[in-house]
Design a protein around this ligand. Structure first.
Ligand code: SF4
Length: 314
């Protein structure tokens, strides 16, 4: 499944992930259907910003694919509910989780922006997962609005309380992700507020990240290592810096051919992440990883045209 989706629309990978090993992504919402419109989003601007939970993708379609993948001998270190938007917006998420639980022993993880965990039914639906990875990029309303640009009805106190409540109720571990953007949510005041949030939530781990993938907004840039280190001191003893190593991806022999296919496509014409995904019939998240690997190898470069980012050989 590395060079094409092989008839899978909602599964992608397994993709190598530093945190999760080989992770099979399971997409539960259409592209960029999200409660947030983060300035650093690698998938570009949110096209459907909403807090409405509904059957964006029927569970039956996802479980059909997952059943087929398992029947074909699929293996991964984690099955990860994630994808190209906020997975808890899908009101049939519990059916997908139940199906996976019945059909496989593989551990189940959820990548979420955490914005709907204040809703009791959402927590109930995800509490039997092995691993919850919510984000907390800001802990003041101003910070939330600067970095995550949430749907109007969301507020930070509710979000922090919801994540904390989920921590209490969830059977598995919780790793909190903090994505820091230079000059946006790395002020001492914001970091101190996030630290207070961490103390309330009490996750097992706090994983700090910064902008290493092409962001939705060009002004969303990475912290330098010294700034990350200083931020880590404020976030406290649980905090660890998880610097991704995109070049590892192209070094994986399973994925070398697809990395070359991406490069060949870019040699023919400059492409956006979505162009690459559509051209090779792979998921945009997967396309992003190959592009990051090629950038890290300095084989391609970014070109900015209007509000779009294109990639082309150096
Ligand atoms: S980074 Fe995640 S939470 Fe933020 S806009 Fe993109 S998909 Fe939504």
């Amino acid at each position: 499944m590395s060079d094409a989706n092989n008839g899978y629309h909602y599964l992608f990978g397994p993709v190598p992930s530093r945190r999760l090993g080989r992770s099979l992504g399971i997409d539960l919402v259409p592209f960029k259907t999200c409660t947030f419109n983060c300035i650093y989003c690698q998938l570009g601007p949110t096209t459907n910003r909403t807090t409405e939970r509904k059957v964006y993708i029927p569970a039956a379609e996802v479980t059909e694919e997952l059943g087929r993948w398992l029947a074909e001998g699929g293996d991964a270190d984690y099955l990860t509910l994630s994808g190209s938007g906020e997975p808890t917006l899908n009101s049939e998420i519990a059916q997908v989780i139940d199906f996976a639980r019945q059909q496989t022993q593989l551990p189940l993880a959820l990548l979420t922006n955490g914005s709907l965990l204040w809703r009791e039914e959402v927590r109930r639906e995800v509490r039997h997962l092995d691993l919850l990875i919510p984000s907390l990029d800001a802990a003041t309303q101003e910070g939330l609005e600067r970095v995550n640009r949430p749907a109007a009805e969301l507020n930070i106190e509710q979000i922090v309380a919801g994540i904390a409540q989920a921590r209490e109720e969830c059977a598995g571990e919780m790793w909190l992700e903090v994505m820091l953007v230079a000059g946006i949510n790395d002020t001492e005041e914001e970091l101190a507020a996030i630290r207070e949030g961490i103390d309330v939530i009490k996750p097992e781990r706090v994983q700090m990240n910064t902008v290493v993938r092409p962001p939705a907004e060009s002004y969303a840039t990475a912290l330098i290592p010294q700034q990350l280190q200083a931020a880590k001191e404020i976030l406290g003893p649980l905090a660890e810096i998880v610097a991704p190593l995109p070049e590892d991806y192209a070094g994986d022999s399973d994925h070398q051919q697809t990395a070359e296919d991406v490069f060949e496509l870019l040699r023919r014409r400059p492409c956006t992440v979505n162009d690459v995904a559509a051209g090779l019939d792979i998921h945009p998240n997967e396309a992003t990883k190959y592009i990051m690997a090629l950038l890290a190898q300095e084989r391609i470069r970014r070109l900015r045209k209007g509000d779009k980012t294109y990639y082309a050989p150096v």
